[in-house]
Write a protein that binds this ligand. Structure first.
Ligand SMILES: *Cc1c(COP(=O)(O)O)cnc(C)c1O
Length: 390
């Protein structure tokens, strides 16, 4: 029925998931899987986390939606938590990562105008980046495959190789207003920024009067073992964006900015009907409480190290594994061969993983997994790697 009625925007796997609990999901035939896809970095607390389901149920019974014409209590509380735990001061809420980046792009352009630079509108982004699927965000995305067929694209974006500070310096021109980067590229193949790179970018932005925007939609909220990935690098952006994990599975996105930049948005500049609605923000509050106060971020760091070492051991045993990389629980294993068959064979053995760029196995498990879950996943993956190498 799905093949008949859904638009074919996804190459869907032949399975339907119907139930989840913690790091496990079940398909319509009752088969159990260990979920190391984690809703693509959304299910940070696993499936059906009682704190999140309780918060959503309670809020749904109280007040599900009102307009942003009014103050919304859970929204204000969530904005305060985000501001108090980051370099940001003010938050714009929306419903997805693409919308959060769209807000960041509009804010950067508006800020340049407010600062008296009507000619500064260009944003430099990285090759292999991913910023979303709206027209502006596929254009921000430095990968032609997401753009082809949708021309004409909006103007005002320019691309440089990631982790190449000289290339970035050379790309800055009279029209540049901002640089937008993922601290750890996700869809582009799990590529962390090199240690000195982001500091260099920050310094360049300061010298040239450019805003620095970090897209933390995938890397943020504990995924890398710190609340925000840029906190590993000791570099603060002017704007950063969040979405995926923020609602623990409920759709919500956010653009967070420092005061002097946020001040460039005035009433009427930007809006979202559903953005920051009571239900989404109640979910977000429950997620943030778990991340910040219940040791979830620390668990991601600890179990992430354990998992990465296991993957490195595996890599040393199989010559077709080129590299293992990542931070915390966003990990990638680059292969010399196509990863599609490995994904399918893992699924047959009860482990869900995903593959990006054709040859990078990507692991984005819930941040609440245990070393025992890692042992189980690594055991399955090891068997599959042995199978395909013989
Ligand atoms: C997933 C993702 C997006 C897009 O988020 P959507 O919610 O699908 O719009 C943007 N940036 C990054 C880094 C992402 O991983």
């Amino acid at each position: 029925m799905g093949d008949k009625y859904l638009m074919k925007t996804y190459g869907r796997l032949q399975m339907a998931l119907v139930k989840g609990s913690g790091a496990r999901v079940w398909d319509a035939d009752g088969n159990e899987y260990l979920d190391f896809v984690g809703g693509l970095a959304v299910n940070a607390l696993g499936h059906a986390h009682p704190a999140v389901t309780r918060a959503i149920a309670d809020q749904a019974e109280t007040l599900m939606h009102v307009s942003n014409l009014y103050y919304i209590e859970p929204q204000v509380k969530l904005a305060r938590i985000l501001a108090e735990n980051s370099c940001g001061d003010r938050v714009f809420f929306c419903n997805s990562g693409a919308e959060a980046n769209e807000a960041a792009i509009k804010l950067a352009r508006k800020h340049a105008k407010v600062c008296g630079h009507p000619d500064k509108y260009e944003i430099i982004t990285a090759l292999k980046s991913f910023h979303g699927r709206t027209l502006a965000t596929i254009t921000a995305t430095g990968q032609a495959k997401y753009q082809q067929g949708f021309e004409p694209l909006p103007s005002g974006f320019r691309y440089v190789p990631f982790n190449d500070l000289e290339a970035l310096k050379a790309a800055v021109g009279p029209n540049t207003c901002a640089v937008m980067l993922e601290p750890v590229q996700g869809e582009g193949g799990v590529n962390p920024a090199d240690p000195g790179y982001l500091q260099g970018v920050r310094q360049l932005c300061n010298e040239e009067g450019l805003l620095l925007i970090f897209d933390e939609v995938q890397s943020g909220l504990g995924r890398t073992g710190k609340l925000l990935a840029h906190q590993h690098y000791g570099v603060d952006p002017d704007i950063f964006t969040l979405a995926k994990a923020l609602g623990g599975g409920f759709p919500i996105g956010a653009a967070v900015a420092v005061e002097k930049v946020a001040a460039s948005f005035v009433p009427g500049d930007h809006a979202s009907t559903f953005g920051g609605n009571p239900l989404a923000c109640a979910a977000g509050l429950a997620v943030m409480d778990q991340l910040i106060n219940r040791g979830v971020v620390e668990n991601a760091a600890r179990v992430g190290d354990y998992f990465k070492n296991k993957l490195k051991e595996m890599a040393s045993r199989h010559s077709f594994v080129k590299e293992v990389r990542g931070l915390g629980l966003i990990l990638g294993m680059e292969l010399d061969v196509n990863g599609g068959e490995i994904v399918t064979r893992c699924q047959d053995r009860g482990l869900l993983i995903n593959c990006v760029n054709g040859n990078v196995l990507r692991f984005l498990p819930p941040l609440v997994i245990t070393p025992g879950d890692v042992d189980q996943a690594a055991g399955i993956l090891e068997k599959v790697l042995e199978e395909v190498s013989t």
